[in-house]
Design a protein around this ligand. Structure first.
Ligand code: UDP
Ligand code: MG
Length: 316
């Protein structure tokens, strides 16, 4: 019997967990030809999520939970999920029911046909604000231009991955993770299915504008060095212009004598160049910071405990 796992990162989702579990049970019961595993990754929740999940584990032998020692973020939580999941394939799903579990049978159908990575593309983006949608579009445009990998817009983390993909993703241990880019980077046979993103059932989104901006910088800097290249190209262009300008000034001075005027233009140029230098330094700093983080070789997440039903394999 093939084993299908569901990986669900959870951070303070007490309001939706009972509804989620009920919906997932309905899904699992409707497809008894598979052996199911429901793996929650508790990303350091500080509400009643841990207790609710512990209840599920005690009640249901299909449920397992990885508890992280604190909140490491969704990207790290997903990596923990990949490490602990045992299925022949795994579906990653948000806890807030924005990803309809009813899509899973269709994904499994394509998996059975031999696809390794079946991802859901959102036809609609649920209850997101206009500003967030606009920034998201802009970000994907920049990312497409800056990198050679095909990170698809409107495709989130809701996807089915074959064991091959999971094992490959597990070998990519970078700490500044941008998993959406990694899915594209690893390749394999991909298949798209369409879904309507639902509204969040309860609770609030954990993302704010700042964290999304960070994720965007993460995405661009971890898959491309074009910002560095743009700095170099800009540097070359400006040095060249400055050189030509210098020749003109020297010629003018030699031919017509010294001109005293020119304070405003001088100021403009100094300020412009100063700004540009700071910007380039910032770009270099961004990459240097990443190197600094990666060279520490810290684990991406720390596990406090892993529990399965009956605690037969439980380890503290
Ligand atoms: N999540 C997590 N760790 C975090 C933030 C979020 O594991 O630090 C989980 C969260 O519980 C949910 C999923 O990631 O299952 C998506 O989060 P959310 O719904 O807040 O994001 P959005 O749908 O707004 O992008
Ligand atoms: Mg959500």
């Amino acid at each position: 019997m093939k084993r299908v796992s569901l990986i669900i990162p959870v951070y303070n989702e007490e309001a939706v967990l009972p509804a989620l579990y009920a919906r997932l049970c309905r899904l699992m019961d409707s497809m008894p030809l598979y052996e199911w595993e429901l793996l929650f990754v508790n990303d350091g929740s500080i509400d009643a999520s841990a207790r609710l999940i512990a209840d599920f584990v005690a009640r249901d032998r299909r449920v397992a939970v990885v508890e992280l020692s604190r909140n490491f973020g969704k990207e790290a939580a997903m990596l923990a999920g990949f490490d602990y999941v045992t299925g022949d394939c795994a579906v990653i799903m948000d806890a807030d029911l924005q990803h309809p579990p009813e899509m899973v049978p269709e994904m499994l159908k394509y998996w059975e046909e031999g696809y390794d990575d079946v991802y859901a593309r959102r036809r609609t983006r649920g209850d997101e604000s206009k500003l967030r949608k606009a920034f998201s579009r802009l970000f994907y445009k920049i990312l497409q231009k800056a990198t050679c990998i095909d990170v698809l817009p409107d495709v989130g983390d809701f996807r089915l991955l074959d064991r091959k993909c999971i094992d490959t993703l597990r070998t990519l241990r970078e700490q500044c993770r941008y998993t959406k880019g990694l899915y594209a980077w690893i390749g394999y046979r991909k298949k798209e299915v369409e879904c309507d993103q639902q509204e969040r059932v309860a609770g609030k989104s954990k993302w704010n504008f700042f964290s999304l901006f960070n994720l965007a910088i993460e995405g661009i800097t971890s898959f491309s060095v074009s910002p560095l290249r743009i700095s170099s190209i800009l540097g070359i262009c400006i040095s060249l212009t400055a050189f030509i300008y210098m020749v003109i000034i020297i010629a003018k001075t030699l031919l017509w004598g010294e001109a005293v005027a020119g304070y405003p233009s001088l100021m403009c140029i100094i300020l412009f160049l100063g700004g540009l230098q700071l910007l380039s330094l910032g770009v270099i700093g961004e990459y240097l910071g990443r190197i600094f983080n990666e060279t520490k070789h810290r684990p991406t997440y720390i596990v406090r405990s892993y529990k399965k039903h009956d605690a037969d394999d439980g380890q503290e």
